[in-house]
Design a protein around this ligand. Structure first.
Ligand SMILES: *Cc1c(COP(=O)(O)O)cnc(C)c1O
Length: 358
């Protein structure tokens, strides 16, 4: 018998979610963002499942892009942070990658480069995120230099929103206004929209969308949202109860004796812990599905195990299936109970958890 931890990856749901992203902007194309091993879902399998419809993929760096090429994927691949080193440029050119250009050193490297095939670049504009990109008043000059550059075949303008997941926030409108002012008259295609903007900011759609988290079925929004509510879970993380005991009132469960039984309780031990990527900071009360029914964490999460309250689930026993997040329990809900976001839970799943593809 082996440990029953697994992450089922629902490739059909990921395809559904990709189509949902595309349906928000029928005139646009959508780069499927598969960085960080497709947010923990397996970049190669996810990209293969989208290969028939996604015109391009997006990753953080050339290493991630080369993994997709080695697997036989032929689409252009956007390098969202561009090249870290000028030595990457010949590979970028040969492999058909589209690098972001977010800073002077990347621009200067392109000006010096002699490449087998000129590359299309995504010029990043810093409209207020203040992480990467050219300041709005530096963009026209950067575009002029790129246009004069023999190593560059095409230029697209991109920017990234800091608060698109907060639909009532004015900051996205401010970033959009700055972007529009910069882009005016340049006649370049544009890409602005992460998942939140794909779903909530139609005025930001333009030529290329960049959906990430929504492909995996997790909402970036705090509240219900009409498009996000149609997403399907891309992953179900599950395990089994490996022990059950009756704990008397007044006795505590787990490290730090942090959960004290207020009454006699039936406690189940689940083979799942922070060594698998389940958040150690998930609070007592975090929902868990046992044998199809909702219950909750009782006590702190350990490395290989966690404990759940089975007092009201008399039929649950050793061997009962436990869903930690997935089709019956949105990962974003577990994230809220853990004071984090779905992104960290999905990308934080460790290699100890086998990914099973259905
Ligand atoms: C990761 C990333 C995205 C995707 O963001 P989601 O919120 O996951 O949709 C889009 N654009 C850039 C530049 C990114 O780094």
């Amino acid at each position: 018998m082996s440990r029953k931890v697994r992450a089922d990856i629902h490739l059909d749901a990921i395809v559904h979610n990709y189509r949902l992203a595309c349906a928000q902007a029928p005139e646009a194309k959508a780069v499927a963002i598969v960085k960080a091993d497709a947010y923990g879902h397996g970049a190669v399998r996810v990209a293969q499942s989208l290969a028939a419809e996604a015109p391009a993929f997006g990753v953080a760096c050339i290493e991630e892009a080369l993994v997709l090429r080695s697997a036989g994927l032929t689409q252009p691949i956007v390098l969202l942070e561009g090249c870290f080193d000028a030595e990457e440029l010949p590979v970028v050119s040969r492999e058909g990658f589209w690098p972001a250009v977010h800073s002077e050193h990347q621009l200067a490297a392109l000006e010096r480069a002699v490449l087998p095939v000129p590359v299309p670049v995504w010029l990043k504009v810093d409209t207020g995120m203040h992480r990467l990109g050219f300041a709005p008043d530096a963009v026209a000059a950067a575009v002029a230099r790129l246009r004069a550059c023999a190593a560059v075949s095409d230029i697209l303008l991109m920017t990234h929103f800091a608060r698109a997941d907060e639909p009532e926030q004015a900051m996205t409108e401010m970033q959009l206004a700055r972007f529009n002012q910069v882009a005016e008259g340049l006649g370049l295609a544009a890409s602005l929209s992460n998942s939140a903007a794909v779903m909530a900011w139609p005025e930001a759609h333009r030529q290329w969308l960049r959906p990430g988290i929504m492909l995996y079925g997790a909402t970036p929004f705090e509240r219900a949202q009409p498009v996000a509510d149609q997403l399907q879970a891309g992953m179900t993380l599950s395990s089994e109860i490996i022990a059950v005991r009756d704990v008397p009132a007044g006795e505590a469960v787990g490290y730090g004796a942090a959960f004290v039984c207020d009454q006699p309780r039936r406690i189940g031990t689940v083979a799942m812990g922070y060594g698998d990527g389940y958040p150690r900071h998930a609070r007592v009360g975090t929902p868990v599905i046992v044998a199809g029914q909702r219950t909750s964490l009782a006590g702190r999460v350990s490395m290989d195990m966690l404990t759940v309250d089975l007092t009201d689930l008399p039929h649950a026993d050793v061997g009962s299936r436990v869903e930690l997040w997935g089709r019956q329990l949105p990962v974003a809900e577990v994230a809220r109970w853990s004071d984090t976001i779905a992104y960290t839970l999905l990308t934080g799943l460790t290699s100890r958890v086998p990914r099973c593809y259905d």
